[in-house]
Ligand binder design. Sequence first.
Ligand SMILES: *Cc1c(COP(=O)(O)O)cnc(C)c1O
Length: 550
Amino acid sequence: MPFDKATAIAHTQFFIDEINDRLSRFSPIVLVGGTAVSIYAYFRIRTILRRSDRPVHQRLMGYFVSLARYLPSVENKIQKQFEGIRGEIVESIHKYDQDRIFIRELLNTQLSPEDVIQKASEYESMGTFDVNGGRVSGTVYTDRDQKHIDFLSEIFKKYAYSNPLHPDVFPGVRKMEAEVVRMAANLFHGPPEACGTVSSGGTESIMLACFAYRNRAYAKGITEPVMIIPVTAHAAFDKAAFMMNIRVKHIPVDCNNRVNLKAMRSAISSDTCMIVGSAPNFPTGTIDDIAQISNLGLRYKVPVHVDACLGGFLIPFMEEAGFPLSLFDFRLPGVTSISCDTHKYGYAPKGTSVILYRSPEYLHDQYFAVTDWTGGIYATPTLAGSRSGLAIALTWGTMMYFGRNVYVSRTRAIVDSARELAKQIATIPGLEIYGTPEVSVVAFRSKEFNIYAVADKMNHLGWNLNTLQHPDSIHFCMTFNQARGEVITAFIADLRKACEEVNEMPNKGGASKTAAIYGTAALIPDRSLVSSMTHVFLDACYSMPEKLNH
Ligand SMILES: *Cc1c(COP(=O)(O)O)cnc(C)c1O
């Protein structure tokens, strides 16, 4: 039928009349009310849908479970289950404590320093893992070289009570912080205007970057900013997103464990406040394709954060150590910020990290000021108010104490050992390397037996490894403590033995402790239940249970 304009208009007119006719049967109150309710419902549903990027069916399922928890019978059952788990968890937390005598009240009288130190030594000896012997993955990144510790003690004496919140009182610590930032910026080839701050750790550095980019997005009129991160990005991003009311889109990874760039590109929208790549990521030690992520940032004009918290003091030295990498730093023009942890491979004691920006325009979005506070005009560069000048001084001191050459030679030892470890793990029947171990982390899994059972067995043999999930896997993070032949040889021998034993177990190890925990967690549709399980664990850390009478 040829298009007839007159007929079309007549049809449209008829349609409009029909709607008018039907609507006029409702009173205006109903019309206005109905519209309001619909709009409210639309925004409610939109908000709920946007709250997380987990699949809708999973969230619906979780929603129903959480509704069911309002039923006393269901909630009682859940609590009973938790009680059972709680006892076990409390025992596992306190198993290192032989006497379980707790100090609950501030002592009325002084204890002699000798007595306090005696107690501190007793507490220290509760730990059973041989950290110095290299039995613990990650965690302590340097060896406990006595000369270094003695040196740090001297710094401690001078800076224990310093606080950079008062740069006039502690000008030395202020200078140290500026120097730590500049040294780090230069390691990452920051331009002259590159800048940043020292923070209390990787999590704070990441929070600060997210805070800056969220503020930047708000200033541009983005009311609901979204961050785009690989599923392998550190949990600190989710924590920051939650605290700062940023929506998160998690992007899947390819088979090599690098973020899928196509998926990342199509996730970018006008609401995007930042995109993230890890160099390397925590789970498998894989470096995302930072060059391509930088390109996306440039193309869509969104800031790019590179999380180098873990490897920040390895990757800048790798080329010199004989392990060249693709570019990952400010040499890529789209990279706007980098987080790197001085308290990991920077070998400083815990409590410091550096957040770097390409230029002050980003850093300024991290600063916070209260201009009309009755306590005076108040401005801080980081999340904290008062900060530990000591942590900064220990970091500065450590960087100066070692210097570039030691960082390079330690990097060579660590990366060399990690690659050797990966090579040998790949020869163990049933195991396969997971991800692309380029730096210091080696992740592995098994399609033949339960890898968590292997972790439990290794634990009994004195090794402390990290468990990963989605997929089931574990990793060993090589520190300078372990970068020696005898540790690798001992580890491989024990791992081989553990795998053989698990392979012989009923159910291929599926009933072991960690396997049971992750197995149960995977079966629970409501993540808030899993979350409650973590509360049981965290509560247990602060509990003071009676000694069990055996
Ligand atoms: C350790 C780590 C962090 C967070 O650091 P914390 O110092 O534990 O807060 C962030 N990203 C990666 C890749 C890490 O390995």
